[in-house]
Structure formats: structure tokens, C-alpha cells
Design a binder for this molecule. Structure first.
Ligand SMILES: Cc1cc2nc3c(=O)[nH]c(=O)nc-3n(C[C@H](O)[C@H](O)[C@H](O)COP(=O)(O)OP(=O)(O)OC[C@H]3O[C@@H](n4cnc5c(N)ncnc54)[C@H](O)[C@@H]3O)c2cc1C
Length: 344
């Protein structure tokens, strides 16, 4: 079934809580419905959204917002401990994680609590606590809005990187509507506990179920991240910069000049000599943690997050805060932060 609303209010459909609308909103609940849709006749441009948890609407959207309501989750094959699960794009990703934990299937427990939907997870390559969804994605079934045909991309076709995939870049950007995702989960225990707070809360060498790890992850996230139902945000606003060793040495020199020889810059060495530095650390070093300006703030518990403090923030206020943080980090460390949140 296709549902259409004209001049639709998007306030409840973006976790930032931006009070914006779109000229037309279309929801479909089957691939056949999408295939029947006369896209060219709709107000342009056309944008496919999920749960709106990684978006900053910069104003009213003049075109059509499309949303998938394809919701199902089923085991399609199993071989020994390996289990292939297909989930519809409109399934809330955390419901899928809960379903996997309830069925004692391993693979997505560390990704529990990430807002948004299954379709977007494959676009974004969501990640948390040492796991990225690409680790368990086998195939992504899509509808090509140009050729009007269904097609299936393998994991390799998707060209996954850090919070990145081919779906986020031309010529694929905006062309494919994700219909469903095929995940490769496992009945055999494969806990990933060697990451940050999980390591502290769940010592290695003991046995845990996926449900126990899920509960722990949800608890850690609750303590650290704002609940979008209470405080609007789009999660991490900035990507963690991946920089060269020379750039890292310069960042370290700034930190040592300020805090002394014992100062340690948190970082992860990557393949190829690159270094990933937490943007949150850089933002905090600039004194922005907890900074408020009008209706927006840099979240006091996690400076990577910009929040809609009063629920009344306008897109321009969020953008002003974004620019202020980018300029501050550039001035202090000579590193340019890039937003993870997509501006629409
Ligand atoms: C409090 C909070 C915490 C967060 N924590 C994390 C975290 O730990 N790790 C992490 O990786 N992210 C995190 N995020 C970001 C966000 O949850 C993810 O990016 C999520 O995948 C976005 O899903 P969505 O359904 O809301 O997609 P949207 O924000 O609506 O869209 C994101 C992108 O996906 C595209 N898209 C959506 N659905 C489809 C579809 N069916 N077909 C084609 N394209 C589609 C959109 O066009 C857009 O480009 C967090 C966000 C919040 C608010």
C-alpha cells in the first residue's frame, strides 16, 4: 500500500526535532508498491529517508520524502552455526537486534540501541563498540529508481568504509532504495568484548549470552548518549578524523605544549600508517563540551553530540554551532572535522 501526505510535518520524523515539513511524503510497504510509484510526477527532488536519526533538515524540504514501511525479519537459510537472516528496510534496527538476541543469534548485539532502520544501517555502515554492520551484511536488495528494477548488491559491491558505503556517493547516492538486507549471524558464541566500556563492564574469559551483552550495551549507551525522545540530536555530529602520522604528531605537540610531557592523545593506529583520533577529545580540548548557545548545546556528557536543548532549535542555530566547533578544532589542531550527520 502507498500512503501519500501533502505538506507533511516532519517534526516527529527527525530525531533532531527540527520543525520542518516536506511538500509530499510517501510511505510504501512492499517492493511492488514502490515499483508502481510514478516518481517523475512527484514534487522534486525526491529523498529517501529512514528513521531520520542521521539527518539535519536545513529547512522545509521542497520535494518528496519517501519512506519504507517494509517490515519483516526471517531466517532464510541455516548451515551449521551460520544463520542467514533477511530483514525489511523499514524494521527498526534495534528491534532487529532484540530479535537476534531473543533467538540467541550472535553478530549484532554490540550494535544494540543505535537509532534508525535496517535500510539505513546498510547505507551508513553503522558501528559501535568495535563492530560495524558491514561485518555481518551479506547482501543488500535494492530498487533502482532509475531503471525501475530490483537488484542485489554483495557486501563487496557496497564498498564499505568507516560510516561509509557506495550508497553515499555519486552515482549511487539517491538512486537505490534499500528494500531488505541479508545478515549473516551465528549460533556459535562470538562475543566482541575488547572495546572501551564493554571491556570494563564484561570481563573477558567468562561466558555471556547475546542478550546479556545487549543489555550491557544499552546500559552504557543510556548513560552516555541523549535519548532523542527527551533531547533532540542526531547522535555523533562529527566523524572521527583519520589523519596522517605527521598530522597526529602535530596534534600531540599541541597537547604536550598545553598539558606537559605526560599528556597522552587518545588514538587508534590504522592500516597504512593513518591514525584515527576521537573528535570528541579534540572538541573537549577546545573547551566546547557543555557549551550552550541559544537553543543548542554541545552535549555535556559526549561532546561529539550537538543537542536541541530546548526543543526549539532552528536548523540555522545547529549549523552555527557546527561551524563554531569546526573552526575551533581547526584553529587549535589544524584538523578539519567533517559532519557525520547528513544535511538535507
Ligand atoms: C542518539 C543517537 C545515537 C546514535 N548512535 C550511533 C552509533 O552508535 N553508531 C552509528 O553508526 N550511528 C549512530 N547514530 C546515527 C544513526 O542512528 C545512524 O546513522 C542510522 O543508521 C540512521 O538510520 P535512519 O533510519 O534514521 O536513517 P536516516 O537518518 O533517515 O537516513 C540516513 C541515510 O540513509 C538513507 N536511507 C535511509 N533509509 C534508506 C532506504 N531504505 N533506502 C535507501 N536509502 C536510505 C538516507 O537517504 C540517508 O542518506 C546515532 C543517532 C542518534 C540520534
Amino acid at each position: 500500500m502507498i500512503t501519500r501526505f501533502d505538506n507533511h510535518d516532519l517534526s516527529g520524523r527527525n530525531t533532531f526535532g527540527m520543525k520542518v515539513s516536506c511538500a509530499c511524503f510517501i510511505e510504501y510497504d512492499s517492493p511492488e508498491d514502490l515499483a508502481e510509484l510514478d516518481i517523475e510526477s512527484l514534487p522534486q527532488p525526491v529523498f529517501h529517508m529512514g528513521g531520520g536519526s542521521n539527518l539535519l533538515f536545513t529547512g522545509d524540504f521542497p520535494g518528496t520524502v519517501i519512506h519504507s514501511d517494509i517490515r519483516y525479519c526471517r531466517i532464510v537459510a541455516s548451515d551449521g552455526d551460520g544463520v542467514l537472516v533477511e530483514a525489511g528496510a523499514g524494521v527498526t534496527f534495534d528491534d532487529f537486534c532484540a530479535w537476534a538476541a531473543d533467538n540467541e543469534l550472535w553478530g549484532v548485539e554490540n550494535l544494540s540501541g543505535i537509532p534508525g532502520e535496517v535500510g539505513a544501517s546498510a547505507v551508513q555502515n553503522i558501528g559501535a563498540y568495535g563492530v560495524e554492520v558491514k561485518d555481518v551484511i551479506t547482501q543488500v536488495k535494492c530498487f533502482d529508481l532509475v531503471t525501475r528494477r530490483e537488484l542485489t548488491f554483495s557486501n563487496a559491491d557496497c564498498r564499505y568504509g568507516y560510516r561509509d558505503s557506495m550508497f553515499k556517493h555519486a552515482p549511487a547516492k539517491g538512486r537505490y532504495a534499500v528494500l531488505s538486507v541479508l545478515f549473516s549471524l551465528s549460533r556459535a558464541a562470538m562475543p566482541k568484548l575488547d572495546y572501551g566500556n564493554i571491556r570494563a563492564e564484561l570481563p573477558q574469559g567468562q561466558e555471556y549470552s547475546p542478550a546479556e551483552i545487549r543489555r550491557t550495551v544499552l546500559r552504557i549507551r543510556d548513560a552516555k548518549l541523549p535519548d532523542p525522545k527527551v533531547l533532540g540530536s542526531a547522535g555523533s555530529f562529527f566523524k572521527n578524523p583519520v589523519i596522517t602520522r605527521e598530522e597526529y604528531d602535530a596534534v600531540e605537540a599541541v597537547a604536550i605544549a598545553e598539558h606537559g610531557e605526560d599528556c597522552r592523545v587518545p588514538h587508534f593506529a590504522l592500516e597504512g600508517g593513518m591514525v584515527k583520533v576521537p573528535a570528541a577529545w579534540m572538541i573537549e580540548q577546545c573547551g566546547f563540551k557543555g557549551m550552550e548557545c541559544g537553543n543548542v548545546a554541545v552535549y555535556h556528557r559526549q561532546p561529539l553530540v550537538i543537542v536541541n536543548l530546548t526543543g526549539k532549535a532552528s536548523p540555522s542555530e545547529v549549523i552555527a554551532m557546527e561551524q563554531r566547533v569546526i573552526a575551533g578544532v581547526k584553529e587549535k589542531f589544524n584538523i578539519t572535522l567533517h559532519p557525520e550527520v547528513e544535511h538535507v
